[in-house]
Design a protein. Structure first.
Length: 84
């Protein structure tokens, strides 16, 4: 799936019942994974998010941010669960 965020926009905290593999296509993203310091990922870089990890993403660049998100989720399970 292609995910796009405008500059300064944050995707809410959420998790997935399976792994997520992110390839940043454009821009600079800040990912916050629960229990870890934020990490910056730029175009051409990859991030792996383990199953069940609560996380959020924010476009910290000056232009549009685009990522290719691949989810490995058991058939029949929801893709995403929002967190508080």
């Amino acid at each position: 799936m292609i995910v796009e965020l405008e500059p300064g926009t944050t995707a809410p905290r959420h998790s997935h019942p399976g792994e997520e593999i992110i390839y940043v296509l454009e821009g600079t993203w800040e990912y916050t994974l629960e229990g870890k310091p934020p990490v910056i990922v730029k175009a051409g870089e990859v991030l792996f998010i383990p199953a069940g990890t609560i996380h959020s993403a924010r476009n910290v660049g000056t232009g549009r941010g685009r990522e290719l998100a691949t989810y490995i989720v058991e058939k029949g399970k929801p893709l995403l669960a929002l967190s508080k």
